[in-house]
Design a protein around this ligand. Structure first.
Ligand SMILES: [Zn+2]
Length: 479
């Protein structure tokens, strides 16, 4: 009975089954469960399981490119770690995806002022011809300007787009950068461009370019595409401002290399009353090859693991299960999250609530949710436990839980988003600077505390959060 003394529980006739009161009814959290959650929260602020996990994975198996040798090694590592940490059940579910490989990359301004440029190829970019691709630059300030350009002005040239991102707490400028990176090369190719360069999707001024996947629309010929570091992008703009034609040469040795079957690695604390229902959390196991994948996203899995470990130390398992997933290949197309949705989406009601971590581990300042109205009071109870951590509950924003959960949310899973301070994150994201030293242990513990509270109370809640097939269709407009 939720860790309540049996006599007391009987006395107040607390419902014995969450199922009975769940369907369509008001969702509640018992005061005794709140007290346990407060203890979990406080214990998390002194616990370093998440740090140790992140330090271990990013030190022993950095550069976890999907389909690489480190893909298998990282799955073996995380499987062993899950078992060592005392999860009740650990298993893998296969995920098949196309493999992209990076071998080498370089670029230079050929004329009028010859000099080297610092670039990195975008994921899914094809190689340049042997000897490199040389061409005249045609520049645009934004993706919209490229979209509006006449094909004649672009044909045969190397398109450069210099859209900028500003560091913000909510990280919303990543929408500008990621849209440009994802769609820019395809749009340029559709107008006959020979190659594509963008100012990196980042907020820093390091001479370190930001990689990330691009995507070519069906029927569009893939063209070589790369990101310039911010200082190199500004250098190109200064050279262009002199008014002469600017020729660059791009040499990328990279490209698609067949398909590979990896896996989502899943660990579960089995629930004591409704073990087939679960709180779903985790992060993605793959990472780009430029850095060590500490902030993106070893620490995301680490946060979930740290939270689950604290819950595992309670005298009794919570009513429902807690499921931690190390998702496969998020970076090149959310392949792991989509595979999970395909396999488990038909039983979406079992996934009572989901929330993953994929934005580093700086301080969480806000929680938001997409849940049924009758569970808003329960969310407010959870929020009250989070309040001393400096986390507000934004009832207007519809948190969707994260990219790896998008397929499950689309299938009808209720979701919570924990909003981290993203002011620092996009300076390092997808660069060689994605390293362990960027994680502040104290802020990381605050993240773990928030997830421990959320996971425990979602698993213990008397009633559901509205997960059922198609539950939230049409509510996906906001973020
Ligand atoms: Zn990520």
């Amino acid at each position: 009975m939720r860790l309540l003394p049996l006599a007391l529980a009987l006395c107040f006739a607390i419902p014995a089954s969450t199922d009975a009161s769940a369907a369509g009814g008001q969702t509640r959290i018992a005061p005794a469960d709140i007290a346990v959650a407060e203890r979990l929260r406080d214990a998390a602020l002194k616990d370093d399981t998440a740090w140790d996990f992140t330090e271990g994975l990013s030190t022993e198996i950095p550069m976890r490119m999907p389909g690489s040798a480190n893909d298998l090694k990282s799955r073996e590592w995380v499987t062993a770690k899950f078992k060592e940490l005392g999860f009740d059940k650990v298993w893998s579910e296969p995920v098949t995806y196309p493999v992209w490989v990076r071998r080498s990359e370089s670029a230079e301004i050929v004329s009028p002022f010859p000099q080297k440029l610092v670039v990195t190829a975008l994921g899914n970019s094809p190689a340049t011809p042997p000897g490199g691709l040389a061409g005249e630059i045609v520049a645009f300030p934004t993706l919209d300007a490229l979209k509006a350009a006449a094909a004649e002005s672009v044909r045969g040239k190397i398109v450069y787009v210099g859209a900028r991102m500003v560091a913000r707490q909510d990280g919303k400028d990543y929408g500008i950068g990621s849209t440009l990176r994802t769609n820019g090369p395809s749009i340029a190719s559709g107008k006959g461009a020979a190659g594509f360069l963008l100012r990196s999707a980042g907020t820093d001024h390091e001479r370190l370019p930001h990689t990330g996947a691009t995507r070519f629309a069906d029927g569009v010929a893939p063209i070589p595409a790369a990101a310039l570091s911010a200082p190199d992008a500004e250098q190109i703009e200064r050279v262009l401002a002199r008014g002469q034609p600017v020729r660059v040469k791009l040499a990328l040795d990279c490209g698609m290399d067949g398909t590979y079957t990896g896996a989502n690695v899943i660990a579960e604390l089995r629930g004591s009353k409704q073990p087939d229902e679960y709180f779903l959390t985790g992060g993605h196991l793959d990472s780009w090859d430029l850095g060590t994948g500490a902030i993106d996203d070893a620490v995301g899995i680490g946060i979930s693991v740290g939270a689950a470990k604290l819950i595992a130390q309670l005298p009794q398992r919570p009513a429902r299960s807690i499921r931690v997933v190390a998702w496969a290949n998020e970076e090149s197309g959310i392949h792991g999250g989509n595979a999970y949705g395909e396999k488990h989406g038909k039983e979406v009601a079992r996934a009572v609530l989901g929330s993953e971590s994929d934005l580093g581990a700086d301080r969480i300042y806000k929680m938001s949710a997409t849940v049924k109205p009758e569970s808003r009071d329960a969310l407010a109870q959870i929020a009250a436990v989070l309040k001393p951590l400096g986390i507000d509950y934004d009832t207007q924003f519809q948190g969707k839980g994260g990219a790896d959960l998008a397929a499950m949310h689309k299938a009808g899973m209720a979701a919570v988003s924990m909003h981290r301070d993203a002011t620092r994150y996009f300076a390092w994201h997808h660069t060689a600077n994605d390293t362990l030293d960027k994680i502040d242990p104290e802020q990381l513990r605050q993240n773990v505390a928030a997830y421990a509270v959320l996971a425990y109370l979602a698993a213990q809640a008397d009633g559901d959060f509205g997960s059922k097939p198609g539950a939230f269709v049409g509510q996906d407009k906001k973020n």
